[in-house]
Design a protein around this ligand. Structure first.
Ligand SMILES: [Zn+2]
Length: 473
């Protein structure tokens, strides 16, 4: 039997290591703490003292790592991270890391007594959620690592295993007889207190804003954001927001999620790929170019929303495929913040297309209006050009980066220049043919210019026109 719990960090009111010193079991620990989730924690020696890294309520109980071992550390639930430092956090537990910085470890640090197939428990981070894993089925450490990688963990660590493996996950239990030294304990907020997902913000002060290692000015400065940087706040508490780089005071941020709108009135919807997925590498992007693509998917219903769910799928993650925006004839959805790298240009992980451009996919679904989708894409291009100071000569085709025949329809209908004109001018350019129709109307040779402009250049109409034209000479 396997039990897996995924708990949004913003829903957690308390996350603690509860030490029971091998004195009481799961049921008693539950009764005593009232925790909503309990999972057996770290390891201990034969004499009952804990081993590897363990720090509880600011007190270091053990520090006997071997080699360069990483553990989960946190002051508040929102800032939990797998890291090698324990001195700046109140809570720290180190056993055997499985996934570090999005990379499954080739060689998992454990000794022979921990190897082989046995029941296992582990913890990890998926997007903005804490994942707790408990399996009474026997597994190797490598199998646990692979399963947690498949579940999208950006970091993960094995806990104690074998006879210690047990859990209570909000009503579901895996029981074991062994009394354990400590537990990972989670209390969640009552439903009415759960925070709304937080979103995209713009840095407002002209001098920028400091990014700190924790939610307060007493925490050290780790970096800074310049004015107008768009940042994604993953979790907020006490007036501070956590981004992928650290904590920022919310007083210096303004929300852009709902008021970010193109000049033709389309509100940009955020539907981000979770942080830590393989196709959201998190590298910073200086936003020097805009790259135009077409989805190449003509299926009915292959619109922006459908592509938003595709880029969040395991298959997109495993194929390292991502881009920033999908545009159809009625919606624009953003999948990755502009300031981050995405994998759309086909020029490699370090390629300039992937690392310096914002990727836009235009939908070509047959039940959509491609001309309208292009107009919406052009309005998005205008918005991005003004937000990031990008010139029209830095609006390029996917083809520019790796030679791919994309955007296919635009390339094959010879309408790239018209698309750029649409981006630059904001108005649909008048074609030569339309201008000619206007001229003939003014000369009295045709009567219904709109009828002609709608595209009815049939042979019969052209014959009538020639006869009329001849008669006028
Ligand atoms: Zn493309």
């Amino acid at each position: 039997m396997k039990k897996v719990a995924s708990i949004p960090l913003s829903d957690i009111s308390r996350l603690e290591i509860v030490v029971t010193n091998c004195k009481i079991g799961l049921e008693q620990t539950r009764a005593k703490t009232g925790a909503d989730y309990l999972l057996n924690g770290g390891m201990w020696n034969g004499d009952g003292t804990p081993c590897r890294g363990l720090k509880v309520y600011g007190k270091l109980l053990s520090l006997s790592p071997w080699g360069d071992i990483a553990g989960y550390g946190w002051n508040t639930p929102g800032d939990i991270r797998l890291k090698a430092k324990w001195d700046d956090v109140d809570n720290y537990i180190a056993t055997s890391p499985l996934i570090l910085d999005g990379e499954p470890l080739d060689k998992i640090p454990y000794d022979s007594a921990q190897g082989g197939r046995r029941p296992r428990s582990a913890m990890g981070i998926v997007g903005n959620s804490l994942l707790l894993f408990c399996s009474s089925d026997a597994m190797t450490p490598e199998e646990v690592r692979d399963e947690l990688a498949d579940r999208g963990c950006s970091s993960a660590m094995m806990l104690d295993s074998g006879g210690s493996t047990q859990c209570y996950f909000n009503g579901e239990t895996i029981k074991a007889d062994r009394l354990v030294h400590n537990w990972i304990a989670v209390w969640t907020k009552p439903n009415e207190e759960k925070e709304n997902p937080v979103g995209t913000y713009r840095v407002t002060p002209s001098i920028g804003v400091n990014v700190r290692s924790g939610p307060g000015t007493n925490y050290e400065k780790v970096t800074a954001y310049a004015q107008n940087t768009l940042v994604t706040v993953l979790y907020a508490q006490d007036g501070w927001g956590r981004t992928d780089k650290g904590w920022v005071s919310m007083a210096y941020l303004e929300a852009v999620q709902s008021d970010r709108k193109t000049d033709n009135g389309i509100v940009i919807q955020d539907d981000f790929i979770p942080v830590g997925r393989k196709n959201r590498p998190g590298k910073s992007n200086p936003d020097e170019y805009i790259t135009i693509h077409e989805t190449g998917n003509i299926s009915k219903g292959a619109d922006a929303a459908a592509h938003a769910s595709y880029v969040k799928s395991d298959s997109a993650a495993n194929d390292y495929v991502s881009w920033h925006y999908t545009v159809d004839d009625h919606a624009i959805v953003q999948h990755i913040p502009d300031s981050e790298t995405a994998y759309h240009a086909g020029d490699g992980k370090d390629g300039p297309g992937n690392n310096t451009s914002i990727g836009i996919e235009i939908c070509v679904n047959l039940d959509g209006d491609f001309e309208k989708a292009k107009e919406n894409a052009a309005s998005l291009v205008r918005l991005l050009m003004s937000e990031h100071g990008i010139d029209i000569d830095h609006v390029v085709q996917h083809n520019h980066w790796n030679g791919k025949d994309c955007p296919y329809t635009i390339r094959h209908t010879g309408t790239w220049d018209a698309f750029l004109a649409l981006c630059a001018g904001g108005e649909k350019p008048v074609s030569e043919l339309e201008a000619a129709v206007d001229k003939l109307f003014d000369a009295g040779l045709i009567n219904s210019p709109d009828y002609w402009k709608a595209g009815d250049y049939s042979v019969e109409n052209v014959h009538h026109l020639l006869i009329k034209w001849a008669g006028s000479i």
